[in-house]
Ligand binder design. Structure first.
Ligand SMILES: Cc1cc2nc3c(=O)[nH]c(=O)nc-3n(C[C@H](O)[C@H](O)[C@H](O)COP(=O)(O)O)c2cc1C
Length: 195
């Protein structure tokens, strides 16, 4: 995650590729119940921060670095699209009952699409950061996001600034080794590398 950007514009082809890749994320029942609000014009990016920044005072280091990102993308999920899809005959839930869903697949799928955007940015040598939406009602109103869609988060995307910028939580917490979170064969059995 990069939280400090140069003002250099981003090649629009990379943004398009990231969005195309996003639509190749897996989705339950191939519902594809996502939508992406893309802000890649300076005036639109400015409108986003005016509507969505928590503070009204001068931006702190985090916000100042993030506000320089030339592209902001809001991946959105649509629960209604999943309920519609699973009401179709091959899925067999015409009552649109929500109780059987093992988890909110609509958010899960949009999050997987978001990860593909992040990975495309990284592959292109760019930086990106995913973070939660603040002031969601204001953002929704400003950009006309319909009720049927919920932003699952925000992605900033751009060239990294020369400085490393705010390091974020990884500077305060260690990355948990995979062997501590993998339970091989039985939950509670510690894992060791297989090779
Ligand atoms: C749901 C979610 C919310 C996040 N919110 C923030 C945030 O508000 N501010 C921020 O700087 N980073 C945010 N992040 C980024 C995480 O801090 C970051 O992914 C984590 O520290 C690991 O860093 P890395 O992705 O660079 O390895 C968020 C990530 C996720 C998945």
């Amino acid at each position: 995650m990069i939280r400090d950007y140069a003002e250099t514009p981003v090649d629009p082809a990379v943004v398009d590729l990231a969005l195309e890749n996003a639509t190749h994320a897996p989705s339950a029942g191939f519902s594809q119940g996502w939508g992406f609000l893309v802000l890649d014009r300076p005036e639109d990016v400015r409108r986003f921060w005016e509507a969505g920044a928590d503070d009204t005072g001068p931006p702190d280091r985090w916000l100042a670095g993030m506000m320089r990102a030339p592209v902001v993308i809001l991946p959105c999920s649509s629960k209604a699209a999943y309920l519609d899809r699973y009401a179709e005959p091959d899925k067999g839930h015409p009552d649109r009952d929500e109780s059987w869903w093992p988890m909110p697949f609509w958010h899960l799928d949009a999050a997987m699409a978001a990860l593909l955007i992040l990975q495309t940015a990284t592959d292109a040598g760019l930086g990106a950061c995913f973070f939660g939406v603040s002031r969601e009602p204001e953002v929704r109103r400003e950009f006309g996001i319909p009720e049927r869609y919920d932003p699952v988060g925000v992605i900033t995307l751009g060239h990294r600034a020369v400085s490393t910028g705010p390091a974020g939580s990884p500077s305060r917490r260690r990355r948990t080794p995979w062997t501590e979170v993998v339970h091989r064969g039985q939950w509670g059995h510690t894992a060791s590398p297989s090779a």
